[in-house]
Design a protein around this ligand. Structure first.
Ligand SMILES: Nc1ncnc2c1ncn2[C@@H]1O[C@H](COP(=O)(O)OP(=O)(O)OP(=O)(O)O)[C@@H](O)[C@H]1O
Length: 280
């Protein structure tokens, strides 16, 4: 049986400079992995390691220079697949909700537009309200007519998650969606995504520079450095016995053993409402 997603020897080379003095930079170098239905895979690496470039290729925002990305055996980005059909199955949540949401758009437009685009019929407003409830923006009636500029960072990120969920994707690629948020708000978003993954039977790619959040979220991890995967495997096994020197450096850079303590403290603070379903 085909895996849900198969990334097969994918590379991305960026070119810059003039015709005569062309510079080439390999941002992603021969990366391969698979993702199964219902799995959470973390891609972990420092800034510049190529995580976002890989994510953008997976959701077909940019083409790969080499290699193939297959969704249930069918190539993403091939001429026979339209961008729209890829978007229906592979959705991405970005790092900066302030950048990705136009401040002058209302919530019902942000969430409702892709629904219409993908052929939803019936009462779109009701469908948007249901999605807002799903992502914890309640009472949904208080949020649906707000402008993006009237929302906090965490609320914006929830709207972006509602927008992605509306078209029932199979795979959600989350590119550091909590890094711009306060720790406690970030934990709320992490717990929300784990709940939604369950409810919607999603596979999730969780991109982060933080091993603590990777451990909290994922079953399996890929560690990226300089565009390459330097280590991969079961999350707990890697944390217990990292094989690569770079992974050990990342672990040593964690503020405490796996940052969980810090996350836990934030969740217990008055500002935090997060719960830790996996902590017990
Ligand atoms: N359009 C582009 N043209 C040229 N180089 C690029 C382009 N996009 C990314 N790069 C380079 O590719 C490398 C990987 O960038 P990428 O954004 O994928 O890293 P990242 O691991 O996601 O980092 P961060 O966590 O800071 O977002 C970087 O050195 C970056 O400067």
């Amino acid at each position: 049986m085909n895996p849900l997603l198969q990334v097969d020897s994918v590379s991305k080379v960026f070119e810059s400079g003039s015709f005569l003095r062309k510079k080439r930079f390999t941002a992603v170098n021969d990366v391969s992995f698979t993702l199964s239905k219902g799995e959470v895979l973390a891609i972990v690496g420092e800034s510049g390691s190529g995580k976002s470039t890989l994510a953008r290729m997976i959701v077909n925002l940019i083409p790969a220079t080499k290699g193939r990305i297959l969704l249930e055996g069918s190539e993403v980005g091939s001429k026979s697949r339209s961008r729209k059909s890829v978007a229906r199955e592979l959705q991405m949540i970005f790092q900066d909700p302030f950048e990705t949401m136009n401040p002058n758009h209302r919530v019902h437009d942000v969430v409702g537009r892709p629904l219409r685009l993908h052929g939803a019929t019936g009462d779109i407003r009701e469908q948007v309200l249901a999605l807002l409830r799903k992502v914890g923006l309640t009472p949904a009636e208080d949020y649906i007519d707000k402008y993006a500029s009237q929302l906090s960072g965490g609320q914006k990120q929830r709207v972006m998650i509602a927008r992605a969920l509306g078209i029932n994707p199979r795979v959600l690629v989350a590119d550091e969606p909590t890094s711009m948020l306060d720790v406690s708000i970030g934990i709320d978003i992490m717990n929300l995504m784990l709940d939604l993954k369950q409810d919607y039977d999603l596979a999730l790619i969780w991109i982060t520079h933080n091993l603590g959040s990777a451990r909290y979220m994922s079953d399996r991890m890929l560690i990226m450095n300089g565009g390459r995967i330097v280590e991969s495997g079961d999350t707990e096994a890697i944390i217990a016995a990292p094989r690569h020197a770079y992974t050990r450096t990342l672990l040593e850079a964690s503020p405490d053993p796996w940052r969980r303590q810090e996350l836990g403290d934030a969740a217990r603070s008055p500002a935090g409402t997060a719960e830790f379903p996996r902590e017990e």
